[in-house]
Design a protein around this ligand. Structure first.
Ligand SMILES: *Cc1c(COP(=O)(O)O)cnc(C)c1O
Length: 521
């Protein structure tokens, strides 16, 4: 499909370049400054009378001048945050093609359940006898996660996938220490997500990279060759970040165990195999599950995520506290490491039991899908990814395309050779088409990678429109329309930003500009 396909019946009048506006607004795209820029210290949304007959007790510590906090009237405060929210792109505004990160629809039913007051208004320090229903929900979610993975235990506290990775790897370290082993190497394939080596390094392991074979997967023999007596664990993602199922995973797991090491599986891509494969059957010892990916809970602005980690019988005793256990018909949380039910616990990973609101949403999704529905969700996700890949392969180059893709479609930048246009330019031009860019330059094993994960929750119509936009861009790139790319995004409120500089030298403090009179001196 191309632009002609979108009902363009009237002849298009060529437009003159848009003039600058006085306000900086572009029609309904409203400009908004920082709260320090739009607020005034003297303004407040509330107007309380001075309290009478009270003496302050601050002595000489009382402020001489009011703090320079920005103030806004109530309507201004409302507009400030609504305007900011409209600058954001979210799964509720359009298809979110990020690869690796499974951005799927967050059903409103989940939100409704999470807002039930019995779930929304509980406090983590409430007596356990008053929150039995909430604990039961956590127990039920655990039961589902264990049934779906075939594993022996699950720890719900971790607050993100990376936090789950850390928990799982700490359980592996605890298991080695319990045996008196001081193994210090963790094997991580080159295609791994950055959190894998970061997790291993954070807890003191030395990371050794495992190369992939030309077909994008890990070879059991390569792993076997790297398995020295110093190796504590292998961290492997399945399906991997090239969107491929690791065919030799059972053989790899066996080799890892034979060498006395543990097998950590990065479960961020569980959405592709949900209800199809039980990871316990693959020989996995620990795996995190991103509830905000596979189980449709919102990612939010970088959170709140939830990354429960499932453990094999060998690692189950090392699960963190608090541990949820049933005693004499009541559910209880074992809070102390070393207490009955948590004798060998690795310790505590978060203040309380985890992200309750996300547990409710994830279980709501599971219950509304049922076993057959969850299986179909993963089948549809895989079908969508293959449809996207097949629909673009004549224009864009897809490595490892001899095999069907799992949940995501991977392209490299070979198709851009000689155009003077890069992967980054394509991503920016996609913003002009009204999409959040796909994941770019990851996985690192593919040059100029573009990774697209459409998920099961997109209709064929929305996939077709997205494919149409990318096809149109690909044809424009090949036709030499550099202008469309190098200056992109043309229509966004902010244009090309220096992202590297923003990340390396972030400006985190607003500094009040000097008044004009001083600046002139
Ligand atoms: C998302 C992701 C992670 C990290 O999960 P977070 O919830 O973002 O911390 C780890 N590995 C892979 C492959 C991922 O896609």
């Amino acid at each position: 499909m191309n632009r002609e396909g979108r009902g363009a019946t009237a002849p298009v009048t060529p437009l003159t370049p848009a003039p600058e506006t006085f306000t900086g607004n572009r029609a309904l795209d409203l400009e908004e400054g920082l709260i320090f820029e739009v607020g005034r210290p003297e303004v407040s949304g509330v107007d309380l009378p001075e309290p009478k007959g009270t003496a302050h007790r601050l002595g000489g510590l009382k402020r001489a001048a009011a703090p320079e906090l920005p103030g806004l009237s109530e309507p201004e405060a409302m507009r400030h945050y609504v305007r900011l929210s409209r600058m954001n792109y979210g799964i509720d505004s359009g298809l979110f093609p990020l690869g690796s990160c499974t951005m799927k629809h967050n059903p409103r039913l989940n939100e409704k359940m999470a807002r039930l007051e019995g779930f929304a208004d509980v406090h983590p320090l409430q007596p356990l006898s008053t929150v039995q229903g909430a604990l039961e929900l956590m127990g039920e979610l655990s039961r589902y996660l264990l049934a779906l993975t075939g594993m022996a235990a699950v720890a719900l506290p971790p607050k993100a996938g990376a936090h789950g990775e850390l928990t799982g790897m700490m359980a592996i370290k605890a298991a080695h220490l319990a045996k008196g082993s001081t193994r210090h190497i963790v094997l991580v394939p080159e295609s791994a997500h950055g959190t894998n080596p970061a997790t291993a390094a954070l807890i003191g392991y030395q990371v050794k990279a495992i190369p992939a074979r030309p077909d994008g997967t890990v070879d059991a023999q390569t792993v076997r060759d790297a398995l020295t007596p110093e190796v504590a664990a292998l961290m492997l993602t399945n399906p991997n970040t090239c969107g491929l199922f690791e065919r030799d995973i059972v053989e790899i797991a066996a080799a890892v165990h034979e060498a006395g090491a543990y097998f950590y599986c990065d479960g961020a891509n569980f959405n592709a195999i949900l209800g199809k494969v039980r990871v316990a059957d693959l020989g996995v010892d620990a795996m995190h599950i991103n509830l905000h990916k596979t189980f449709s809970t919102p990612h939010g602005g970088g959170g709140p995520g939830a990354g429960p980690v499932v453990l094999s019988p060998a690692l189950a005793p090392f699960a963190p506290v608090p541990a949820l256990v049933a005693r004499d018909g009541t559910l209880t949380l074992v809070e102390e490491k070393g207490a009955a039910g948590a004798e060998q616990a690795l310790g505590r990973m978060s203040a309380f039991h985890g992200q309750m609101g996300m547990f409710v949403r994830a279980l709501a999704w599971m219950l509304s899908h049922g076993a057959d529905g969850m299986r179909q969700a993963s089948e549809d996700a895989v079908l969508s990814a293959n449809y996207v890949r097949a629909s673009l392969m004549d224009l864009m180059t897809a490595p490892f395309a001899e095999r069907p893709a799992m949940h995501e479609a991977l392209f490299d930048d070979t198709w851009l050779a000689g155009t003077g246009i890069s992967t980054l330019d394509v991503a920016k031009a996609l913003i002009d088409e009204g999409y959040h860019p796909m994941t770019v330059y990851f996985p690192l094993v593919v040059h100029g990678a573009m990774l697209i994960e459409p998920t099961e929750s997109e209709s064929k119509a929305s996939l077709d429109l997205f494919i149409g936009a990318l096809r149109d861009l690909a044809m424009a790139a090949k036709a030499g329309d550099k202008e469309r790319f190098l200056g992109a995004p043309h229509y966004a409120p902010r244009r090309r930003l220096d992202e590297t500089r923003a990340a390396r030298t972030p400006v985190l403090r607003w500094v009040k500009p000097a008044p004009l009179s001083e600046a002139a001196e």
